[in-house]
Design a protein around this ligand. Structure first.
Ligand code: MN
Length: 436
C-alpha cells in the first residue's frame, strides 16, 4: 500500500468526500465516456465522486508531463487497452499522479477543475476492446447448488477441487451497463417431449459475477507463475453472464455452454484497478480439512494469505410494473467475492499453465458468486431452485426466471478495517422481447 490509499486523503471534488460514494479519491477507477448524446470520440476518464476527470485532456494540457510519454499516449486513445499494456510500475506512477491532481491542496486544482465532466452529463462506453473472454466457475456453493439439481447424489464432479473450471466465452457480445438485453431464441427440449422446438427462451436468467481484466502479455508457450499473476491483473468490474437455462440444458453436453451464454454479457463501465484493491486483499477462503491442497503450480503463500478480495456483490430486480408504480428495486441476493474456491491469481495462472497467451484487455469472469446462505445465491436458477420456489415481488408478481421489461442491477462494494470503502458502481440490463 502507498499514500494513494491513505484514509486521511481527501479530494477537492466535494461529491468524492461523502461516505456513500463508490468513488472516493482512494478508488480512481478508469472508464471511457463521451458527453451525453454527442458523437465525439470517447475519452478515457477517472471517476471521482459524481464527476469524471477527463484524462485525455489532462494529458493534452501537460498535467502528466512527469510521466513517460507512453503513459500520456495510452490515456489519449478511446479505450483502456493501451493502459492495460503498460508495465505495472507505469500504471502505479499514473495512479500517483492522478491522486496528486485530485487531492485537497493540489497545485493543479484550478486547471483540473475545468476538465471535470458530471457523470450525469456523460454516456459511458464499453471501456475495453476485449480480445478474448473466458468464464470460470469458481464458487463452490454455485457449483454445488447447480450440480445437485442435475445430480442430487453427486453434485460436485471429481475435478472441481483440483481444476479451476472454465469455458471460452464470446467477446463480440460483451456490452456495457445500460445496453438492452434481447431475449434469445434457441432450441429447447422439455424432458417429456420427443423432439426439441425452436423459440424464445422461457428460462432467461442472470449470473452475478466479477470480471478480471488482464494487464500485460505472456508469449505463447510461456506460462505465468502464480507469484506473477497478481501483477497481470489490471482490475475488476461487475459482470452479468446472462444465461438461457432451457437452451443450456439441451445444448451443454458434451462440450459445455454455447448459445445459452453468448448472446449478451454485460459489464459495468468503471474498471477498479488492482492497486485500488490492495487494502481489500484477504486470505483465500478456507478449505475444509478433507479437501486437497491445490497442486504446487496453483499454490503460493502470498495467494493463501492475500489472494482473496473482500467485496460484497448485491443483485436487485425491478419489473416494469414496479417502475411504473414507483417501487424501488428488490434486493434478491448478497454474496461475497472472497468466498470463491479459486482466487483470481489461481484462475489466471491455470489459464496460462498450458502456455496459453493472455493479452491486455482479455477478460476472465469469476463465475456466479454464490454463498452457502439462501439469500447469497447469485442467479435465479439457484434462488428459485429451477423455478420450484418463485420469488414474489412487492407488486405480487412472481418470477421463476426473468420476464420482458425486468431490469437487473448489480452493485459491488469493498470493505476493510482501516480502509476507505470503495465501490464498483452499477451494472444494469433490461430484458427486451425476443426478435424471433
Ligand atoms: Mn457464468
Amino acid at each position: 500500500m502507498n499514500e494513494t490509499h491513505d484514509v486521511s486523503l481527501e479530494s477537492w471534488v466535494g461529491s468524492a468526500t461523502t461516505r456513500e460514494t463508490d468513488f472516493p479519491i482512494q478508488n480512481l477507477p478508469f472508464g471511457v465516456f463521451r458527453h451525453r448524446g454527442s458523437r465525439e470520440t470517447p475519452h478515457i476518464g477517472v471517476a471521482i465522486g459524481e464527476e469524471i476527470l477527463d484524462l485525455a485532456r489532462c494529458a493534452e494540457r501537460g498535467l502528466m508531463v512527469s510521466l513517460p510519454e507512453a503513459v500520456g499516449e495510452a490515456c489519449s486513445v478511446p479505450n483502456l487497452n493501451a493502459l492495460m499494456a503498460l508495465p505495472g510500475a507505469q500504471r502505479r506512477e499514473l495512479r500517483a499522479v492522478i491522486s496528486g491532481i485530485l487531492r485537497m491542496g493540489s497545485a493543479q486544482h484550478r486547471e483540473a477543475a475545468d476538465l471535470l465532466v458530471a457523470q450525469s452529463d456523460a454516456d459511458l462506453d464499453l471501456p475495453v476492446r476485449v480480445g478474448d473472454y473466458t468464464d470460470f466457475y469458481a464458487s463452490i456453493d454455485h457449483a454445488t447448488n447447480v450440480g445437485s439439481m442435475l445430480r442430487p447424489d453427486n453434485p460436485l464432479l471429481p475435478n472441481y477441487k483440483w481444476v479451476p473450471i472454465g469455458y471460452h466465452g464470446r467477446a463480440s457480445s460483451i456490452v456495457v451497463s445500460g445496453s438492452p438485453v434481447v431475449r434469445p431464441a434457441g432450441q429447447t427440449k422439455a424432458a417429456e417431449a420427443a423432439r426439441p422446438t425452436f423459440g424464445p427462451s422461457a428460462m432467461l436468467d442472470y449470473e452475478a459475477e466479477v470480471g478480471f481484466y488482464v494487464a500485460g502479455s505472456n508469449a505463447l508457450g510461456e506460462p505465468v507463475r502464480i507469484a506473477n499473476a497478481w501483477d497481470r491483473l489490471f482490475g475488476i468490474s461487475l459482470l452479468n453472464d446472462w444465461s438461457a437455462r432451457d437452451i443450456q440444458a439441451w445444448e451443454y453436453q458434451p462440450l459445455g455452454p454455447f448459445l445459452a451464454k453468448n448472446f449478451t454479457t454485460t459489464v459495468s463501465p468503471w474498471v477498479v484497478t488492482s492497486e485500488a484493491l490492495e487494502p481489500f486483499r484477504v486470505s483465500r477462503a478456507a478449505r475444509p480439512a478433507v479437501d486437497p491442497e491445490p497442486l504446487p503450480y496453483l499454490s503460493s503463500e502470498e495467494d493463501r494469505e492475500r489472494g482473496g478480495i473482500s467485496m460484497t456483490v448485491e443483485v436487485f430486480l425491478s419489473s416494469s410494473r414496479m417502475r411504473d408504480e414507483g417501487i424501488a428495486a428488490l434486493r434478491l441476493s448478497r454474496s461475497e467475492l472472497a468466498s470463491l474456491y479459486w482466487t483470481p491469481a489461481q484462475m489466471l495462472t491455470h489459464h496460462t499453465s498450458n502456455g496459453c497467451n493472455l493479452a491486455p484487455g482479455d477478460l476472465l469472469g469469476s463465475g456466479t458468486i454464490s454463498g452457502p446462505e439462501n439469500d447469497a445465491r447469485g442467479c435465479l436458477l439457484e434462488l428459485t431452485w429451477r423455478g420450484r420456489d418463485p420469488v414474489t415481488l412487492p407488486t405480487g408478481e412472481q418470477r421463476k426466471f426473468l420476464a420482458d421489461g425486468d431490469e437487473v442491477i448489480m452493485r459491488g462494494r469493498c470493505h476493510a478495517d482501516g480502509a476507505v470503502s470503495i465501490g464498483l458502481g452499477e451494472c444494469r440490463g433490461t430484458i427486451f422481447p425476443s426478435r424471433s
